[in-house]
Design a protein around this ligand. Structure first.
Ligand SMILES: N[C@@H](CCC(=O)N[C@@H](CS)C(=O)NCC(=O)O)C(=O)O
Length: 201
């Protein structure tokens, strides 16, 4: 059986979302940051000592986006995997884009609005990072103009990967008013039952 290492309230939720969408039977191996991630056994699975990591037969994989692209390619039966090499390339493009153009700024916002103890939060750093997200949100807004999902009329792994990163914007109360297409699309993505199943078990 597929084993996913991590905990639900972490980036592991991204891969749990993919597993739930695909209906793949899996075991979530509870792996907490700073404790279990530091064990010698876990180092052999992910030498970066981060979560998530996936073990599927002979394959051991880290990086949430890579795990999700693999899962969709291997296990999809219902349209999560793009149908053509071109659309597969677009899914890879959007996955890299989410990690480079969205995640760093979103992390700053999240830490300083939510995760750090209140007396360590820097709200002006959070606001500045939110401001810096503007151009990337503009790119996504344009890509979603006139189309329901990133690759066309159906939800694919491209949407899952980008929305799993951008979901942090909802928790961190990023203002999406200037990006109505993004707001509509993100709400549709996170309303999927598999998103809730990944977070709540
Ligand atoms: N780029 C990696 C990042 C993984 C990552 O940083 N995960 C966090 C939890 S959300 C972690 O394991 N942190 C532990 C640490 O930094 O020591 C991915 O997307 O899988």
């Amino acid at each position: 059986m597929v084993r996913l290492y991590g905990v639900r309230q972490s980036r592991a939720a991204r891969s749990l979302w993919a597993l739930e969408e695909l209906g793949v039977p899996y075991e979530l191996v509870s792996t907490n940051i700073g404790t279990e991630t530091q064990s010698p056994g876990y180092k052999a699975i992910n030498p970066n000592r981060r979560i998530p990591a996936l073990v599927d037969g002979d394959l051991t994989l880290f990086e949430s986006m890579a795990i999700n692209l693999y899962l969709a390619k291997k296990y999809d039966k219902g349209g999560l995997q793009p149908a053509t090499p071109e659309d597969e390339a677009r899914a890879v493009q959007w996955s890299f884009w989410a990690m480079t153009e969205l995640e760093p700024q979103l992390m700053v916002v999240l830490m300083n609005r939510l995760f750090l103890p209140p007396n360590q939060r820097d709200l002006s750093a959070a606001n500045a990072a939110e401001e810096k997200l503007g151009p990337a949100l503009g790119v996504l807004e344009g890509a979603l103009a006139g189309r329901q999902y990133l690759l066309g009329p159906t939800f694919t792994i491209a949407d899952l990967n980008v929305a799993s990163v951008l979901a942090w914007a909802l928790f961190a109360k990023v203002d999406l008013a200037k990006s109505p297409n993004v707001k509509r699309w993100l709400q549709e993505c996170v309303a999927r039952p598999a998103f809730a199943a990944a977070r709540n078990g």
